[in-house]
Design a protein around this ligand. Structure first.
Ligand SMILES: Nc1ncnc2c1ncn2[C@@H]1O[C@H](COP(=O)(O)OP(=O)(O)OC[C@H]2O[C@@H]([n+]3cccc(C(=O)O)c3)[C@H](O)[C@@H]2O)[C@@H](O)[C@H]1O
Ligand SMILES: Nc1ncnc2c1ncn2[C@@H]1O[C@H](COP(=O)(O)OP(=O)(O)OP(=O)(O)O)[C@@H](O)[C@H]1O
Ligand SMILES: [Mg+2]
Length: 277
């Protein structure tokens, strides 16, 4: 995905919000899912990477509800490009809001060692960013192995459908509890389970480089992305009707279709040739 300076915004995005009954049903469904994943694996709990962002915060809240605070462990893994406010929010979630055990593990020396070993990639912003994300995945699994725990993913439906995640990075997890939720629904469910509003409404960023925001990089704001996914990608509504319905040009719908198609490989196990007998 390339950086984009123009963020397309629909004039009248689709309202994908849930009713109170639906929020309660999703809460129960997801906590039940986490509980049964951990029980069926014979695991003692769950590990979550905590970034101070809303996806990991909501996942941690639901995990504590499902498993109890004693069975959820957080890893806060700052790099030099993380905003300090986000890292202190991650610690606030772990200590003040949830009371779970957590550690802060700086990833900079590990990332530097990789780049010293393979200096060709130095200065390649995307490659370095993905390296940071994959370094966190290795640490999540180190903790999971050691604690007999599962790694909980934090990916939502909006990111998954456009491949807005690092393959074998934040996508390397044991399950995806909030994968059925569009981004707006993540924020809504977060408020429903009493995540403080400043966290629920915070601007989303992968923090792979200074100043990165999801919306600027994707070239669409989340309400527009969610609308196009719900109508065109998942709902089968035509490109032209989708564009007309939400008040956006067809190029925006095409952009989402392109991102969805190009990222197909990220949503499947790696393919292999048919068996040859
Ligand atoms: N057709 C194909 N079939 C099979 N494999 C294919 C492939 N095309 C590329 N690949 C492989 O995939 C690699 C590219 O994928 P990948 O390594 O993921 O890298 P890529 O998709 O280029 O970058 C990751 C994107 O996700 C965003 N991100 C990452 C992490 C977190 C978040 C967040 O929201 O917090 C967002 C990030 O900002 C960036 O836009 C290629 O190097 C190649 O190895
Ligand atoms: N500095 C970090 N420390 C620990 N985990 C991290 C860190 N940065 C990212 N992660 C992990 O990677 C996941 C993917 O990042 P992503 O930015 O998509 O989610 P988020 O930060 O929780 O929410 P948002 O998308 O709204 O910023 C996070 O949910 C978290 O589990
Ligand atoms: Mg984030």
């Amino acid at each position: 995905m390339s950086e984009s300076t123009t963020v397309r915004r629909a004039e009248s995005p689709l309202d994908v919000s849930f009713s109170e009954d639906e929020l309660a049903a999703h809460r129960e469904h997801i906590t039940g899912f986490i509980e049964s994943m951990v029980a069926e694996a014979g695991a003692d709990g769950a590990v979550i990477g905590l970034s101070g962002g809303i996806d990991s915060t909501l996942t941690a809240f639901l995990a504590v509800e499902a498993l109890g605070a004693d069975s959820v462990y957080g890893l806060v893994m700052p790099s030099e490009v993380n905003r300090e406010a986000n890292m202190s929010d991650a610690e606030r979630v772990a200590s003040d809001l949830l009371g779970i055990e957590y550690d802060v593990v700086g990833i900079e020396p590990i990332v530097d060692t990789f780049l010293e070993a393979y200096p060709d990639a130095e200065g390649d912003t995307m490659a370095e960013g993905n390296l940071m994300v994959r370094t966190r995945a290795v640490l999540n699994y180190l903790a999971a192995n050691h604690r007999n725990a599962l790694v909980l993913g934090t990916g939502n439906k909006s990111e998954a459908l456009v491949g807005y995640f690092t393959k074998y990075g934040d996508g390397a997890v044991d399950c995806h509890p909030i994968a059925n939720l569009y981004k707006a629904q993540v924020r809504q469910l977060a408020k429903h389970v009493d995540v403080p509003a400043d966290l629920a409404e915070k601007t989303s960023s992968a923090e792979m480089w200074v100043g990165q925001t999801d919306e600027e990089e994707m070239g669409l704001d989340y309400p527009t992305l969610d609308s196009i996914l719900a109508l065109h990608i998942e709902g089968g509504v035509s490109k032209s009707a989708t564009a007309k319905e939400i008040g956006v040009d067809e190029a925006a719908v095409e952009r989402v279709r392109e991102l969805n198609t190009q990222s197909e490989h990220k949503r499947h196990v790696p393919p292999e040739p048919d068996p040859l007998y």
